[in-house]
Design a protein around this ligand. Structure first.
Ligand SMILES: [Zn+2]
Length: 571
């Protein structure tokens, strides 16, 4: 492609409404332009990366045995009424009427439509297992669309739906998708983790979210440094360290801690570490219960784990008047000794001795507190938030912490939609069986945006080779010099002949601004064709990611670049 004849306008200024780096860089690199809130034009450069992700997705879906089809974006209300979602789905479902006053919606997801296809077309057990997918524009009327392609209203998605005779078959389909997703994100050149996700109230046994690792990610996740275990911090399990507490060595002693209410303040005042303290949280549940939870001083409570243990919907810190009533002291001084409340503790506390707790008295704490001798706990459980360095619940490895951006989700649906819409087949015995479903999504535009969130620097995007819009950019220093123009044209033609996707920057611009644009749009390899280099018979190659410069002999340049591209695609 010749830059001078391409539709590619870079911006010097960052658009004011672009909050996240991928949105800023996609706008500045001329990849996308906003049409309305959460609705974008994919300009030629942006579309090239989108298409590359789509191609990888398609190849891996096909390889896993899934079959492509295409469903309409406009869906009649009847199908959504059959599943019950016409009423349940909120305002994110864009509903409208056609000229005959019939209700329709723009599909944000296609469980109903695909289940309708299958109930009409699939009648026998011989026709399953079946996995059908599409790559399509979807619409979700987000209340606050933002972050460019990260949370748009219209977005390109790959959605797949599997149909099996029984749960065992559905498990196999799920595993195939899980493996296909791993290959897809590996092939895109992204660092990612497959994170165990909540199955929510739909049930089913498994759900994984595929997270691209990026410092700017919305989700906090932990993953094992030696096995594939990864989970959202809220969900990460911690194993019972199984430590028994050493025998008490200190007597229980009351110490004054005037106005020292926070764990940090108390530790500082008593000249000790926060790990030597045990904090006592007074909490209330939605069922009206008040409980006390003990955690090591430097740990955070995981609400979800506690909620699950108590079998309630939510927990919250008890208000000041309740703390005062149950402990006899203002908050900041609660402790387990003598406390008349249901007492729960994190596993870790079981291994502690001679620790510091609140005295249930204003401005006082107790040192030398010990389990068993001074108080007892009703239940020990996994109640705290996981942090980097914790042990993996699956192996002997350690957990690392990351931030991630969700780009894919695999989910076992069970029979929710097939039962509602009557997608059944006759089995070998001629008996009617409701099909087991799974659904599997990948946000295509979101994957491109996440790739940018993961790969950028102060100068712009740094594309992984597999999804770069172009693999090589050939920059003419001065196109008005015949020698330069001819050499650059020749190199460009040679690259094309070798199958390299090259962009020839033949614009009549200052070299400095051409280099800036090349960095901004993030093409992995840039080769500069200038008079000085040509005199020496060499062209300068600069790698976008490392900034490393190499001089290549003119005659060999095309071949060497093609080789570099091939290597980068193989890695
Ligand atoms: Zn592990």
């Amino acid at each position: 492609m010749r830059y001078s004849h391409y539709l590619l306008n870079t911006l010097k200024e960052t658009p004011a409404d672009a909050e996240v780096i991928s949105h800023q860089l996609m706008m500045r690199a001329g990849m996308i332009r906003k049409v309305a809130a959460g609705i974008y034009n994919y300009l030629p450069l942006g579309l090239r990366s989108i298409r590359k992700v789509e191609r990888i997705v398609r190849e891996e879906m096909d390889r896993s045995g899934a079959i492509e089809l295409l469903m309409p974006m406009v869906v009649p209300a009847e199908l959504w009424q059959e599943s019950g979602r016409w009423e349940q789905y909120g305002k994110e479902l864009l509903r409208f009427k056609d000229r005959k006053e019939a209700d329709f919606c723009l599909g944000p997801t296609h469980e109903e439509v695909i289940t309708d296809i299958v109930r009409r077309e699939v009648k026998s057990y011989r026709q399953v297992p079946l996995n059908l997918y599409q790559i399509q524009g979807k619409f979700r009327d987000e209340i606050r669309p933002r972050f460019g392609l990260m949370r748009g209203r219209e977005f390109i998605m790959k959605d797949a739906y599997s149909f099996d005779l029984d749960e065992a078959g559905a498990d196999v389909a799920y595993d195939k998708m899980y493996q296909a997703y791993r290959r897809i994100f590996e092939r895109c050149g992204l660092r990612f983790r497959a994170v165990e996700a909540d199955t929510g109230n739909i049930g089913g046994t498994a759900s994984h979210e595929f997270m691209v690792l990026a410092a700017s990610g919305e989700d906090a996740i932990v993953s094992c440094d030696s096995c594939q275990y990864a989970a959202n911090v809220e969900k990460a399990e911690l194993r019972d360290p199984g430590q028994a507490a050493p025998a008490p060595a200190q007597p229980l002693q009351r110490v004054l801690t005037p106005a020292r209410k926070s764990i940090e303040d108390v530790a500082l005042f008593l000249e000790t570490a926060t790990e030597r303290l045990v904090k006592t949280l007074i909490l209330q549940t939605d069922t009206g219960e008040t409980v006390a939870v003990l955690l090591r001083g430097d740990r955070e409570l995981n609400d979800i784990k506690l909620t699950r243990l108590l079998g309630c919907n939510w927990v919250e810190l008890a208000p000041e008047e309740v703390v005062l009533r149950v402990t006899g002291a203002p908050s900041g001084f609660a402790g387990p000794v003598g406390l008349q409340l249901r007492l729960l503790a994190d596993f870790e506390v079981r291994g502690m001795a001679d620790f510091i707790v609140g005295a249930n008295e204003k401005d006082a704490h107790l040192t030398g507190a010990n389990l068993g001798r001074d108080f007892s706990v009703e239940t020990f459980a996994d109640l705290r938030q996981a942090v980097a360095g914790d042990g993996c619940p699956r192996c002997a490895g350690k957990l690392e912490s990351w931030r991630g951006i969700e780009v894919g989700h695999v989910f076992k649906l069970g029979t929710k939609y097939s039962a509602a819409l009557g997608a059944t087949v006759l089995d070998e015995k001629g008996e009617e069986r409701t099909l087991f479903m799974g659904c599997y999504g990948i946000g295509v535009g979101r994957t491109v945006a996440a790739a940018i969130e993961q790969n950028n620097d102060a100068n712009g995007i740094i594309w992984p080779m597999p999804i770069a819009p172009f693999q090589v950019i050939v920059t003419m220093v001065n196109p008005k010099e015949d020698e330069v123009r001819l050499a650059a044209e020749k190199l460009y033609e040679e690259l094309l002949a070798l199958g390299v996707e090259a962009l020839l920057d033949d614009r009549d611009e200052r070299p400095g601004s051409k280099f800036k644009d090349a960095d901004l749009i993030g093409i992995p390899l840039r080769v500069t064709v200038g008079a000085r280099g040509l005199k020496e018979g060499a062209l300068e190659l600069q790698e976008r990611r490392s900034g490393e410069r190499t001089m290549l002999p003119v005659a060999e340049t095309a071949r060497l670049l093609a080789e570099r591209v091939r290597q980068a695609l193989e890695n």
